[in-house]
Write a protein that binds this ligand. Structure first.
Ligand SMILES: NC(=O)c1ccc[n+]([C@@H]2O[C@H](COP(=O)([O-])OP(=O)(O)OC[C@H]3O[C@@H](n4cnc5c(N)ncnc54)[C@H](OP(=O)(O)O)[C@@H]3O)[C@@H](O)[C@H]2O)c1
Length: 235
């Protein structure tokens, strides 16, 4: 793997960081990107080696400059996204549009501007979420974004072939995205979710990192949506 380079946008936290660590331990060269230079610095210390770059995925020019900085590479993983939820009738349209800007358009543009730099045998791994298949309350924009990413994945697997394009759809995973929920409430929610799931636990970033490694490494996987959700879609 010595000369295989993986770019992970959103690699400074949560599932992106866990994926960066696992891929680095398998011998891949790692480039992580996100907005906060502080987070990137700390993440690189955890990974042990690699490069980092500060960018905002809602800014097309910054994404283009990033890929010029990176040059040719092998695999792209995109898990950068903001998060928002709230009642459909009350949520400001701008809030929903901003969510689309980061999670949908951020990945769309990363694929568009990154794909020409991906070497033969490479892949793109998007991140969506099980809400694209199974909606939950007050997450209409999130459900729509996740379903849109599933569509984008299949369309690009066809159009960009032989470049492989897949997506991971996580269920509930313990990452900093939940930090805005007060601790007591958050832990109670995880416990309640765990009891409902066939896996009897919520996910950890490493569960998803294993799926990312599979999609990066399996040359026969393309157009796939990999649901890593503790069985949430069957209950
Ligand atoms: N955790 C869950 O339960 C769950 C469930 C279903 C789906 N997902 C999806 O899984 C993916 C990863 O989530 P996570 O839980 O690992 O999130 P996380 O820990 O909050 O990490 C998000 C990453 O994205 C970066 N980021 C956010 N907005 C950005 C922007 N505009 N430009 C560039 N970088 C940006 C963050 O760094 P900076 O702050 O430095 O920018 C961070 O590195 C997301 O697409 C999320 O929607 C998560």
């Amino acid at each position: 793997m010595e000369h295989k380079k993986v770019v992970i946008i959103g690699g400074s936290s949560g599932m992106g960081l866990a994926s960066a660590k696992m891929l680095s331990s398998l011998g891949y060269e790692i480039v992580i990107a996100s907005r906060s230079k502080d987070k990137l610095k700390k993440a690189l210390l955890e990974i042990g080696k690699g490069e980092s770059y500060a960018l905002d995925v809602t800014n097309e020019k910054e994404i283009a400059q990033f890929f010029d900085f990176v040059g040719p590479f092998d695999h792209l993983v995109t898990c950068a996204a903001s998060f928002t939820m709230g009642p459909f009738l009350k949520m400001a349209s701008k809030e929903a549009r901003d969510f689309f800007d980061s999670k949908f358009w951020g990945q769309y543009l990363a694929a568009k501007l990154g794909a020409p730099k991906i070497r033969k045998g490479g892949s793109i791994t998007f991140f969506c979420g099980i809400a694209g298949q199974k909606p939950f309350m007050h997450f209409a924009a999130g459900s729509a974004i996740n379903a849109a990413i599933e569509g984008l994945t299949r369309a690009l697997a066809l159009e960009l072939s032989p470049l492989r394009v897949n997506a991971i759809a996580p269920g509930t995973v313990v990452t900093p995205v939940w930090d805005s929920v007060p601790e007591k409430e958050r832990l109670a929610e995880f416990e309640k979710t765990a009891l409902q799931l066939p896996a009897k636990r919520v996910g950890q970033p490493e569960d998803i990192a294993k799926a990312v490694c599979y999609l990066v490494q399996c040359g026969y996987a393309t157009g796939s949506i990999v649901y890593v959700d503790g069985g949430a879609l069957i209950v």
